[in-house]
Ligand binder design. Structure first.
Ligand SMILES: *Cc1c(COP(=O)(O)O)cnc(C)c1O
Length: 295
């Protein structure tokens, strides 16, 4: 059966800083769902895989950059649930830890230039429309099937939090969480931290798809853009990981938590606030950045 049982406990992060500021920070460990089909990537794949299974498709075809957590999750999930998989990778042929793992999980990789890459459904139709076994999964598992899987996260919360934070790339996870919350009547404020620069379009996209659900969009924590880092971010990751035992990485979860700590420092939250951060996983991403840490 195409299912991974969700193990994603919520832990409180203990830090004297929070006592001074009179707030509590919790982290939902979606990174513990699976080492490679990790975090929001399982949530986003789930309904895609169920759909593929229903249509009796045997071959998953998806898209991503050379460090894509989504391609790795797709490769591993395909191997686990009996599909073949092809990853269409943006840019010229490359080798790195993520792509190595994709290949180890049996994924066939095909590199395409950045311009052609933009038209993903076009590429799929061009190469696979004659293959009745192939099933298209959009980059990052985005789209309504992806959001549906993410909306289920809300059902797992047994306590009430004043604030819930998640990082955003495509915004599918944020959208799903907002949609999940729409069905509940809890006073939780959703906060979205985009990891790319100039993310106004993303805010508009999310707003358009869930009109009456209010959320905050924090655009100050991208550190220069997608995949960009700076010393402050790296130092934050060192301190956080070294003092909590919880690994975070520089692309998504590092920026998310860096943002939350900054907002706490700036007294953004009312006293007594309970804040929940979603650890969306993707920890292999840090393996491509070991040199930048300068140890
Ligand atoms: C892919 C990814 C995200 C972004 O999720 P979206 O649904 O695309 O916004 C966030 N965190 C991690 C660790 C990821 O791998």
């Amino acid at each position: 059966m195409t299912e991974i049982p969700i193990y994603s406990p919520i832990e409180e992060i203990i830090d004297p800083f929070f006592q001074t500021k009179e707030v509590q920070l919790f982290i939902k460990r979606d990174d513990m769902i699976h080492p490679f089909i990790s975090g929001n990537k399982w949530r986003k794949l789930k309904y895609h895989l169920l759909e593929a299974e229903k249509l009796q498709k045997k071959h998953l075809v998806s898209f991503g950059g050379a460090y894509s957590n989504h391609l790795l999750a797709t490769a591993c999930a395909a191997a686990k649930f009996g599909f073949r998989s092809t990853g269409i990778v943006r840019g010229e042929e490359a080798e790195n830890e993520t792509l190595f793992l994709c290949k180890l999980f049996g994924m066939h990789l095909s590199f395409v230039d950045r311009v052609s890459y933009r038209n993903q459904s076009g590429l799929f139709n061009q190469y696979y429309h004659n293959d009745p076994d192939s099933f298209f999964i959009d980059e990052g598992g985005r789209g309504s099937l992806g959001a549906k899987g993410c909306s289920e996260l809300i059902n797992e919360l047994e306590e009430v939090y004043d604030h819930l934070f998640c990082a955003a790339g495509t915004g599918t996870t944020a959208l799903g969480i907002l949609q999940g919350l729409q069905k509940k009547s809890v006073p939780t404020k959703i906060h979205v931290v985009p990891v790319l620069k100039g993310a106004d379009f993303l805010q508009v996209e999310i707003e358009n798809q869930c009109q009456d659900q209010d959320f905050e969009f924090h655009q100050d924590y991208h550190c220069g853009g997608y995949g960009k880092i700076n010393d402050e971010l790296l130092n934050f990751i060192k301190t956080f990981t070294g003092s909590t035992g919880i690994l975070i990485e520089p692309i998504y979860t590092g920026k998310l938590l860096y943002g939350i700590y900054d907002l706490i420092a700036k007294d953004y939250f009312a006293r007594g606030s309970r804040i929940l951060a979603i650890h969306t996983g993707g920890l292999t991403g840090i393996l491509g950045m070991t040199k930048q840490f300068n140890f």
